[in-house]
Write a protein that binds this ligand. Structure first.
Ligand code: FES
Ligand code: FES
Length: 163
């Protein structure tokens, strides 16, 4: 067995210290050690986007990122994003527009959509498609996911106009 390595990071705002094998991915660490099972594992080789998390505010593939690479960094999972309240409108629109069926892709989809809307408050449907091109869904056919994100952008725009 390889030598264990000590790491510290913030996960959803909470400081965490652990001693881990150097080859453990952050997705496995989050799921098996931290019990944060909202980070899903599908392909486990960087294709499907189910394992999407935020690392220092940028989305990354949890299955391609070793936990030791996150040493000293801030990790946010779907649990943390949900608890922050930041994405509650996006989540409500995923439900109301039927943008999820089995839900396996949904945490990654929502985190990718959250990143897009932070960078581009008024994305076109094409821009939404482009941004989500690394997140696969086997159930919905994507149209309803685009609808949910587009609706969220419009509602946020309207709310800003009201203020
Ligand atoms: Fe990481 Fe598919 S599980 S990209
Ligand atoms: Fe089932 Fe997307 S809702 S994979």
């Amino acid at each position: 067995m390889a030598d264990l390595i000590a790491i510290t990071m913030k996960i959803n705002g909470e400081p965490v210290s652990a001693t881990i094998e150097p080859r453990q991915t952050i997705a496995d660490f989050l799921r098996s050690t931290m019990g944060l099972t909202g980070t899903h594992l599908g392909c486990e080789h960087g294709v499907c986007g189910a394992c999407t998390i935020r690392l220092n505010d940028v989305t990354v593939r949890g299955c391609l990122t070793f936990a030791v690479q996150c040493d000293g960094m801030e990790v946010e999972t779907i649990e943390g994003a949900s608890e922050s309240g930041r994405i509650s409108d996006l989540q409500e629109n995923f439900v109301s527009r039927n943008a999820l069926q089995c839900g396996f892709c949904t945490p990654g989809m929502v985190l990718s959509a959250d990143e897009l809307l932070a960078d581009n408050a008024d994305p076109s449907r094409e821009e939404i498609r482009e941004h989500l091109s690394g997140n696969y869904c086997r159930c919905t056919g994507y149209q309803s996911i685009i609808d949910a994100i587009e609706t969220t952008a419009k509602q946020r725009h309207e709310r800003l106009g009201d203020e």
